[in-house]
Design a protein around this ligand. Structure first.
Ligand code: ZN
Ligand code: ZN
Length: 571
């Protein structure tokens, strides 16, 4: 005789609690780890997988609605924001800081962003209409999309935040829910913005500009100073490195920042027009992708570089044409590159992975791909890079990549069965390229340049060896009677400003007295007890900060004294 019990289940998205009866004999287990789930849990307490067998779609007549109140063209984003009034009276916005609830303030019983607050300044009278809190399912789902601070969202706001985020990340609710039911997770388009530089020969730069403008896409020929409706149009420039074909004009087309599904749609439209005008790609043309790494630090960048080094030759080389493999403008990442990076210095920009712009612009540049204007090659490559960058940000380590096959690598970065169709399609396209170049390499072994493969583990060993050497060097200085010295040992502080030549630091260090004064040197300006400002000798009027830090080292037993020793280092 089955026992039954009556429990309250919060309906998926409905603001009303619905009383339902479940048979407690039917044991509910997590679809991923098979642990018991209890009657209503959505997130498995054991493994965190999402179980939505008890989540039902909101009935048609019970969905929140919204109407546009204001549309704002953004000065630094390729698009516009919209402010809406939701059916519960709350307002919502589709800007990124609202969608990700970053720096968003609680307004009048609901969440607000800068745009909503501006709107409310002009239109203070609003009336709320039966506000409800988000459901458990909404909270679990938003967390999965990276929205952690949902505390002030109303149920209707949560509904639209979820909807808008899915749209931006290239998937509709039904597909998302289906993947979640099957896999317990969904791999979507990552949230990093990106930009492209496309080098090509084009029939007419003027015609390209005209056709883009006609299609509503802001474009400017480089040097053009007239008005554009937004500040960052597509730039139609030139590049000296492009070999110009007869009847064509050498062109470098540079996009503004693009983001998510909208960004891909714009890029497709632009490529359609580019190809309509007529292009020719030769071996001098490249195609570079920039990815915004605003929330990255140097240790993440080093991890990405190690992964890149590990997969470049066995995998990435088969996604691009042979001319791009270790050529002078996109050298393969090598041991010296990784060592420089690990020591807080930046390798030059002509590598397949260019990180030299990171400390100024916080962007990563991927230079490996051959020139092309084919959206079916361009989009999959960008999606691959976005998934790679996102995986590193989420904790992927080079040691996690144990299988360098196509499947091994694409699975490791979430281009797997749980991915949305846009990502899966990109994977299929890349697989076609990969097989094509694999077969090509079998027929033409000389298409694979001979490059010493590198082992990131050997990098670690070399770094440790260098650190020990630096320690010994410091001791030598100490013994030779130099009280203040510069240690070549890399430390965390030194990585923040790699521009200051080490001889300046040594120079400064040797001029600082134990008393903290600087010997007759007007070039150094003391800022406070331990910090000096050093003007740059070059044209720019940069100033470097040099700090005196204390480093404790152990001296050998036969040394005169043991204890601490001060060194100067860059901040
Ligand atoms: Zn579980
Ligand atoms: Zn906003």
């Amino acid at each position: 005789m089955p026992t039954t019990t009556t429990i309250e289940v919060l309906d998926a998205i409905s603001p009303v609690n619905i009383v339902q009866t479940f048979d407690t004999e039917t044991e509910r287990r997590c679809h991923a780890c098979r642990e018991p789930l209890g009657l209503t849990a959505i997130e498995c307490p054991e493994c965190g997988a999402i179980n939505i067998d008890r989540v039902r779609r909101r009935r048609e007549n019970n969905r929140p609605e919204r109407q546009v109140l204001r549309e704002i063209v953004s000065p630094n984003y390729n698009g516009s924001y919209r402010i809406f009034r939701n059916s519960d009276g709350s307002l919502s916005c589709n800007c990124l800081s609202f969608l990700f609830q970053r720096g968003v303030q609680n307004g009048l019983g609901f969440s607000t962003c800068k745009h909503i607050r501006d709107y409310l300044n002009d239109n203070p009278a609003i009336s709320l209409n039966g506000i409800e809190v988000p459901s458990d399912w909404q909270i679990a789902a938003l967390k999965r999309l990276g929205v952690e601070a949902y505390g002030h969202l109303t149920n209707a706001q949560a509904y639209f935040v979820f909807h808008d985020l899915l749209t931006k990340q290239g998937v509709e609710y039904k597909e998302y829910e289906r993947l979640l039911r099957t896999h317990g997770r969904v791999n979507i388009l990552p949230i990093y913005s990106f930009g492209v530089e496309l080098e090509m020969n084009i029939r007419s730069r003027e015609e390209l500009k005209r056709k883009l403008t006609e299609a509503g896409i802001d474009a400017a020929l480089t040097g053009y100073t007239g008005n554009t409706s937004v500040d960052n149009p597509w730039r139609i420039g030139t590049d000296g490195s492009i070999r110009i074909d007869n009847g064509f004009e050498g062109t470098e087309l540079v996009s503004p920042k693009l983001f998510g599904a909208d960004g891909f749609a714009t890029l497709k439209k632009v490529l359609y027009i580019v190809n309509d005008v007529g292009t020719r790609i030769n071996k001098s043309c490249g195609f570079h992708v920039h990815i915004d790494a605003w929330n990255w630090d140097t240790s993440l960048m080093l991890e990405l570089a190690k992964i890149w080094a590990k997969i470049e030759i066995p995998f990435l080389w088969y996604l691009v044409s042979p001319k791009r493999r270790n050529n002078n403008f996109c050298k393969a990442v090598d041991t010296n590159y990784l060592l420089r990076l690990a020591e807080g210095r930046y390798p030059d920009r002509y590598y397949s992975l260019n990180v030299s712009a990171f400390h100024r612009h916080r962007t990563l540049e991927f230079r490996l791909h051959n020139g092309t204007t084919d959206p079916e090659k361009i989009l999959p490559w960008i999606i691959f890079l976005l998934k790679l960058v996102d995986s590193v940000k989420k904790g992927l380590k080079y040691s996690d990549i144990t299988d360098s096959s196509f499947n091994g690598i694409t699975d490791a970065i979430g281009m797997d069965d749980s991915a949305i169709s846009v990502v899966k399609e990109a994977r299929n396209r890349l697989y076609g390229r990969y097989m094509h170049w694999k077969e090509d390499a079998e027929r033409n072994p000389n298409h694979i340049p001979q490059v010493q493969p590198i082992d990131p583990d050997s990098i670690e060993e070399e770094l440790q060896r260098r650190a020990r050497q630096a320690e010994r060097d410091s001791l030598m200085h100490r013994r030779s009677g130099l009280r203040w010295t510069y240690s070549r040992r890399t430390n965390r502080l030194a990585t923040a400003n790699s521009d200051l030549p080490s001889n300046s630091v040594q120079n400064l260090a040797s001029r600082i007295l134990t008393s903290g004064r600087v010997i007759e040197e007007s070039r150094f300006r003391q800022v406070d007890e331990t910090i000096w400002a050093v003007p740059s000798r070059s044209e720019d009027d940069r100033e470097y900060s040099v700090a005196l830090i204390q480093k404790t080292i152990l001296l050998p037993a036969d040394a005169e004294d043991s204890g601490s020793m001060d060194t100067a280092t860059t901040l």
